[in-house]
Design a binder for this molecule. Structure first.
Ligand SMILES: Cc1cc2nc3c(=O)[nH]c(=O)nc-3n(C[C@H](O)[C@H](O)[C@H](O)COP(=O)(O)O)c2cc1C
Length: 336
């Protein structure tokens, strides 16, 4: 027996890098020190937040969704002022300004973009021509196969536990990640339900080579959401989320008075209401905890404190190392 698992043969693991970094195929694609991606969050993860994550050694990214072209340029410039490490841009492909966001990313020197909500094949010619790398978000195996065939460098597999937009098939991260790891040759990043080091190590055990986290980073000092949202994240348990817009574009949010009203409406009426209200209820300083749409995942239950991004990040990495040693001792036959 060669002692190599399938994952090793695919090049999933390599030697540790300098300065406590952990390198594998995902860090090579991202240019980061750790395979930890800060999930893009619409109108929340802007230049400062992305730079703070990248400065920790993770991969910070700016959500292009909802930003004008000038605002996207300004946020990329802000990130550049705050870090010289790679920062990405997340581009939802179905949005009308997706190709503008792509051109701005190229013009501003971004090396890796992430895409979501659409077919990445549409962008691949320009992406390749510009020498960009692209990580595409999927929520089932057939989307993952199509993304690989289109030529993306990696996929983020997001289970239905995740905050924000989720797939329509109600499949968990735990079940989906290993299936997609087996189905693809390109590396897989797990997203959805990962709130601490236990989730991170579990994701790697499933065969993921990176994790993307959104909900955990909401309760950080650097995150640009109102305090009432951060406080709800710290007090809510995992059963306090609700899926809005089930028929159209399902989105997991925190329960409040607004979701209670929508629950009473029935699916079609609720979808119509959401379609009409557009972005007007999306969480902003002007709203409050009872009327705002607060996208949030089920991992909310493990988030208990508002901390600085670096505290969250290095706790995550340190605890993952400890946990891996303990598991190695147990499953490797040591004393545990
Ligand atoms: C407030 C919020 C806004 C989000 N906005 C976007 C977005 O604009 N584009 C996107 O691809 N994903 C978006 N997501 C999903 C995240 O990028 C990430 O994949 C997800 O949060 C991971 O699951 P977790 O919340 O369980 O950590 C959003 C998530 C949240 C919580």
């Amino acid at each position: 027996m060669s002692g190599q698992t399938d994952l090793q043969a695919k090049g999933a693991f390599s030697t540790h890098g300098p300065g406590g970094s952990r390198h594998n195929r995902i860090t090579k694609i991202l240019g980061s020190s750790y395979p930890i991606i800060q999930g893009a969050m619409r109108m929340i993860t802007l230049g400062e937040m992305a730079a703070a994550v990248s400065n920790c050694g993770g991969f910070g990214q700016i959500a292009a969704s909802g930003l004008s072209n000038d605002k996207l340029r300004a946020e990329l410039k802000r990130a550049r002022e705050l870090t010289d490490r790679p920062v990405g841009v997340n581009i939802p492909i179905y949005r009308p300004n997706a190709f503008d966001a792509l051109e701005i990313s190229i013009e501003m020197g971004v090396k890796t973009i992430t895409t979501s909500a659409g077919n990445p094949a549409k962008m691949m010619e320009r992406v390749r021509e510009a020498g960009l790398r692209v990580v595409h978000k999927v929520s089932n195996e057939s989307m993952a196969r199509k993304a690989q065939a289109a030529g993306v460098d990696a996929v983020v597999v997001t289970g239905f536990e995740a905050g924000g937009h989720i797939g329509r098939n109600d499949v968990s991260t735990l079940c989906m990640v290993p299936q997609i790891v087996d189905a693809l040759d390109i590396p897989v990043v797990a997203a959805g339900g990962i709130g601490d080091a236990r989730g991170l190590v579990a994701a790697f055990a499933l065969g993921a080579e990176g994790v993307e986290m959104g909900t955990r980073f909401l309760a950080t000092q650097e995150c640009a959401v109102p305090t009432f949202f951060k406080e709800r994240v710290c007090s809510a348990s995992s059963d306090e989320t609700f899926i809005l817009g089930k028929k159209e574009m399902p989105i997991r949010v925190l329960r409040n008075k607004m979701t209670e009203q929508l629950e009473k409406m029935g699916e079609a009426e609720a979808d119509e209401f959401l379609g009409k209200s557009g972005d007007s209820t999306y969480v902003t300083e002007g709203g409050n905890r009872e009327n705002a749409t607060m996208p949030c995942g089920q991992s909310v239950g493990v988030v208990k404190r508002i901390e600085s991004l670096s505290e969250v990040f290095f706790e995550l990495v340190g605890e993952a190392e400890e946990l891996s040693k303990r598991l190695g001792n147990f499953f490797g036959g040591g004393e545990g």
